[in-house]
Write a protein that binds this ligand. Structure first.
Ligand code: MN
Length: 198
């Protein structure tokens, strides 16, 4: 049984950057639907199995593989996304900042490159900062709900750029949504995931 994790903050906590109604619908309806559909596809599996299922997605029977990509990926991506948002300002840890700087040329340069990547997602998808198996950082653009775990990468930062993530407040103005996102990134959690994967 897979379950919807509670939001780690009140739905209105990210105002004005991410609005209350978007948070309520995104978490309570969209994420809940991924969880419900995943439970129909894998009724005997539990939350503890999710990472392994996604990491070995190609070993699933063909009849359910795409469904699990969509709904298992959707469940994992959204659970991660909520944990990476916070109303409390924070900064990257020294070791994460050092790695970001050596890879992207500094935190501001990283934000610019991440933003460019997120702007270039065509249709529904995500942008991720990942740590690759060789320990290096990289920016990734994923369509639909494909998870970095399916490629053997560890996601450290995620941004949902499906229209359901921003359309109520920002309509077609994805760039404004991305600018607002930087105000609510939980760098403490990104740093924790980075240390954990080291
Ligand atoms: Mn979403």
């Amino acid at each position: 049984m897979f379950t919807l994790p509670p939001l780690p903050f009140a739905p209105e906590a990210l105002e004005p950057h991410i609005d209350t109604q978007t948070m309520q619908i995104h978490h309570g309806k969209h994420h809940q639907a991924y969880v419900d559909n995943l439970n129909k596809l894998l009724p005997d599996k539990t939350e503890a199995d999710l990472v392994n299922i996604l990491a070995n997605i190609e070993s699933l029977p063909e009849g359910i593989r795409q469904g699990v990509k969509n709904h298992g990926g959707g469940h994992a991506n959204h659970s991660l996304f909520w944990s990476l948002l916070s109303p409390t300002p924070s900064i990257p840890s020294p070791s994460l900042l050092s790695s970001i700087t050596s890879t992207f040329g500094g935190l501001d340069a990283f934000k610019e490159q991440f933003t460019t990547k997120a702007m270039s997602v065509f249709g529904s998808g995500w942008t991720f900062l990942v740590k690759k198996p060789d320990g290096t950082l990289a920016l990734k653009r994923h369509s639909f709900q494909n998870s970095p775990l399916m490629q053997g990468n560890t996601p450290l930062l995620a941004l949902d750029v499906w229209e359901h993530a921003y359309y109520l407040k920002y309509q077609n103005r994805r760039a404004e949504y991305i600018t607002a996102f930087w105000n609510v990134v939980n760098w403490s959690e990104v740093s924790r995931l980075f240390e954990l994967s080291s």
